[in-house]
Design a protein around this ligand. Structure first.
Ligand SMILES: Nc1nc2c(c(=O)[nH]1)N[C@H]1C(S)=C(S)[C@@H](COP(=O)(O)OP(=O)(O)OC[C@H]3O[C@@H](n4cnc5c(=O)[nH]c(N)nc54)[C@H](O)[C@@H]3O)O[C@H]1N2
Ligand SMILES: Nc1nc2c(c(=O)[nH]1)N[C@H]1C(S)=C(S)[C@@H](COP(=O)(O)OP(=O)(O)OC[C@H]3O[C@@H](n4cnc5c(=O)[nH]c(N)nc54)[C@H](O)[C@@H]3O)O[C@H]1N2
Ligand SMILES: [Mo]
Length: 774
């Protein structure tokens, strides 16, 4: 495995957005060539070399000045504003080890927040977040985070409804859909850019292929989304444009048509489901006096009643697949649309049929669902957390602002821990969390904040101790995503940039100081761990009748391809064929259209069956008079979240250096805005600058500002200051979806926009902050 970094031999590698070979000259990464088996490589692979060697890399360990001078908690309100002081690795690791010891001794492990939500980079051994968890478990535990920003609401509701959270993530395979579906109804559309990434990497981006096959086989598509580009033009899909966050009303009206025109499958509803009757009484208005007619939904959503009526009839007349992007559950009451999709599929009676029923997230993530599904590379084991302390993933600011306070979560009475130390590795909360100004205030609470990062992200800039991490190109690893058919080698291509160290080596250095090195590394170095994880993969494959080459042959070739399963996967086919023999893992063993368990929680914001409830912010809200534009903060097609924002592909999309905001021609004209202008986007929570991109393909009243532009405050460290770059989370609302899931509700946000004619401040976040050399 010895790397050679002085030549240009091909080094195989992969990223969450695709595999490639790296070309190296004079120890520098100079180019990448997409994996030869990839039929549709991601555009932003090209950003990697520039990012690895970018000006935004962290050169060496640093400590915030006030912390270094005054100790833990020193000048904590100046986080983000104060300069850093360069220190040696030994000095930095001593400081971190001493501080961990102090906090453990005085406040116990529960007061260490190391949930560290974030995608890190691809690679099953060097996965930054897992490395941190493993280290902290050896150290006695930490407060963690439950769920993901991706699918918190969905993965909380689905186990109640169909007995498994995975039904929220991956379902019936694309092959089954392209062979059998005649209609695919896509809430949130099927945005091609989103399907370019998957956790752990995508070997072959084959979305275009199966979509073309589906079209060739006569499958028709309907996109239900405020944005035309959410469905590729060649698909020639029908298009409904409900106002954001009103899909549940549209879905209830579809159910109303199915019920009142007797288009529902009564046999399936009684043999495979429970609770349809009480749901139907609600839909018909018998329980609350309001029939959920298409006219009712039209008044809420702005979607024509006849379009809803005819879609329901079409759905019931043919083999129909329903899908829903994750974005719909990332809004207030985000549990409801996912529950409703299952209910609609149950009413159609097609759950468990090839190409029928529901399969969530097709428009959200790029996994090849035809791969050998249960073959994947195991990740580095994190071990067991001895401390039973965790929060719902997106309640981070709540926790920091309200230590000791009670809250509800999925039927449980919970209490926020009192956090003294935060450790983040492999995530970027100043990108991913809602209401950045509230986060800045919350972030002032803990005594100490430690961040491992390759780049000077806003999160690194708001830390006390920053430890520079390598990128995946600077180390050996291997990766695969569950549902992709390739296992990829990740071969070290360049030496660590600057003084960067692998997260593994950082934690091993700490573990040695804390006397837990043996438990942490189990006597294995990088090479031994990579071989070990491959050997486990090899063994699992053999148990399933798949013979993989030995490690050396795998490493030499750089990848292995796993043959697809003989039969395309159909979710719940066994349950369908025999619900007694193969019950769902719900209390009733059946699909729970009404859940006694959820009803028993007594939550006003998530009752026993799906309902329409107004979101806190939407175009029908009272506050829309002041802030009349609904902000969609969707996924960026030119990067992965905030990763590669410093790369050329993302930066080429910017307008005078700012993140583009897409708005309808009418909304722009009404505000005197022209294409290419700089806009100020604001609400009571904050304000950002963005570049105006005018389109007639977005619903009037809706604007779209993708996530991931690195937060670049005009006055660093100060809550409420203008973000000059365009991070939508300065504007989003920090509220749980409901007491059930407490998921992030980023998609429920209203804003107003005006033109920014002031002097345009220079973007500084891609260059170095002030570091005092000693
Ligand atoms: N408004 C709004 N907000 C959102 C969303 C939205 O739709 N709207 N989407 C949400 C979703 S779905 C998600 S998943 C989150 C994503 O949120 P994150 O996962 O936090 O976003 P990333 O930009 O992928 O952050 C990963 C960080 O890890 C760092 N990193 C990469 N490799 C390494 C490594 O080897 N070691 C270390 N130490 N660090 C490394 C990267 O530089 C980067 O800063 O955002 C959420 N936030
Ligand atoms: N290129 C790229 N791909 C990515 C990512 C990335 O950062 N970059 N992130 C990855 C991650 S971590 C995740 S979790 C997934 C996320 O996948 P999603 O959450 O599904 O992605 P979004 O782009 O936020 O939303 C998809 C579309 O839903 C529409 N939409 C938003 N709100 C509503 C609504 O209320 N109703 C309806 N009908 N439509 C709505 C928007 O128009 C949007 O374009 O994407 C993954 N794919
Ligand atoms: Mo995500």
């Amino acid at each position: 495995m010895t790397p050679t970094t002085s030549d240009t031999t091909n080094r195989r590698h992969t990223s969450h957005w695709g595999a490639f070979t790296a070309a190296v000259q004079n120890g520098k990464l100079v180019g990448v060539t997409p994996f030869e088996k990839d039929s549709d490589p991601a555009t932003y692979l090209k950003s990697i070399p520039g990012a690895v060697h970018s000006e935004a890399r962290i050169a060496g360990p640093v400590v915030r000045k006030g912390w270094l001078e005054n100790g833990p908690g020193g000048n904590r309100e100046s986080r983000g504003a104060e300069p850093f002081v360069a220190v040696s690795w030994d000095n930095a690791l001593d400081l971190v080890a001493d501080e961990l010891r102090r906090v453990k001794r005085d406040f116990r492990n529960e007061s260490i927040m190391a949930g560290s939500y974030g995608w890190s980079s691809a690679g099953k051994f060097h996965h930054a977040r897992t490395q941190l968890h493993r280290f902290m478990n050896c150290f006695g535990g930490f407060t963690g985070q439950i769920g993901t920003y991706s699918t918190a609401a969905a993965t909380a509701i689905m186990p109640h409804v169909v007995g498994t959270a995975t039904a929220a993530l991956a379902g019936t395979s694309s092959k089954s859909i392209s062979d059998h579906a005649q209609l695919m109804v896509c809430f949130g559309g099927l945005p091609l850019g989103n399907m370019q990434s998957a956790v752990g990497g995508v070997g072959d981006h084959d979305t275009l292929r199966w979509l073309r096959e589906a079209r060739a086989n006569g499958c028709e598509f309907v996109s239900i989304s405020p944005i035309r580009e959410d469905m590729a033009e060649f698909i020639q899909a029908g298009w409904l444009q409900p106002k954001p966050n009103t899909d549940t009303a549209v879905m209830l009206a579809l159910a109303h048509v199915l019920a009142t025109e007797s288009l529902h499958d009564e046999g399936f509803l009684s043999s495979h489901c429970v609770g349809y009757d009480s749901f139907e009484r609600y839909v018909l208005g018998e329980s609350d006096g309001q029939p959920k007619t298409p006219e009712w939904a039209a008044a809420i959503s702005g979607t024509e009643a006849d379009a809803i009526r005819s879609l329901a009839r079409r759905m019931s007349s043919t083999r129909t697949m329903l899908t829903c992007t994750y974005s719909l559950q990332r809004g207030d009451h985000g549990e409801q649309p996912f529950w409703m999709v299952v209910v609609l599929a149950a009413m159609l009676g097609q759950i468990g049929l090839p190409g029928g029923g529901f399969a969530m997230g097709y428009g959200s993530i790029g996994v090849n669902r035809d791969a050998a599904r249960d073959l994947s590379v195991p990740i580095l084991p994190a071990g067991r957390n001895p401390v039973e302390s965790s929060i719902p993933v997106a309640r981070i600011s709540d926790m920091l602002l309200h230590p000791g306070e009670p809250y509800q979560f999925n039927g449980m009475d919970c209490r926020y821990p009192d956090i003294k130390l935060v450790y983040w590795s492999g995530g970027n909360p100043f990108h991913h969390h809602q209401d950045v100004n509230r986060l800045i205030r919350a972030w002032q609470g803990p005594d100490t904040i430690i961040v491992n990062e390759p780049w000077w992200t806003a999160t690194a800039r708001h830390a006390d101790i920053v430890l520079p991490a390598t990128t995946s190109l600077e180390r050996n690893d291997l990766s695969a995503s569950a549902g992709d058919r390739f296992v990829m080698a990740m071969q070290k291509s360049v030496e660590p940039v600057g003084d960067a160290r692998n997260d593994f080596d950082i934690f091993l250095g700490l573990a040695r100081r804390l006397g837990i090195a043996e438990a942490f590394d189990e006597g294995r170095d990088e090479e031994a761990w990579v071989r070990h994880l491959y050997d486990l993969t090899h063994r699992f494959a053999a148990q399933r009748g798949v013979e993989l080459p030995g490690f050396d042959a795998f490493w030499e070739q750089g990848f292995v391809e796993i043959p697809p399963p003989a039969k395309p996967f159909v979710m719940f086919d066994d349950f369908r064929s025999d619900p007694e023999e193969h019950p769902l893992r719900t209390p009733s063993g059946k699909v729970e259209i009404f859940s006694e368990k959820i009803a028993g929680f007594g939550y006003d914001d998530c009752p026993g069956h799906p309902v329409w409830q107004e979101p806190v912010e939407w175009l029908g809200a009272e506050s829309a008079k002041r802030y009349p534009l609904h902000l969609i903060s969707n996924q960026p097609s030119a990067r992965l979240h905030s990763q590669m924002d410093q790369g050329s592909v993302s930066r080429d999309t910017k307008i005078r250096g700012r993140e583009p905001i897409t708005m309808h021609t009418d909304d722009a004209t009404a505000r005197g805005l022209a294409d290419g202008d700089i806009a100020r986007v604001f609400n009571d929570r904050g304000e950002v600058l963005a570049g105006v991109a005018i389109s007639d393909g977005i619903l009037p009243g809706v604007v779209a500002l993708a996530t991931g532009a690195w937060y670049d405050p005009l006055e660093p460290g100060k809550a409420g200051t203008l973000d000059i770059h365009g991070n939508p989370n300065v504007l989003t609302l920090d509220k749980g979806t409901s007491k059930l899931a407490q998921g992030p509700a980023a998609q429920s946000a209203l804003v107003e926009i005006d033109r920014y004619d002031g002097v345009l401040p220079e973007i500084t976040v891609f260059s170095q902050p002030t570091v005092i050399e000693r």
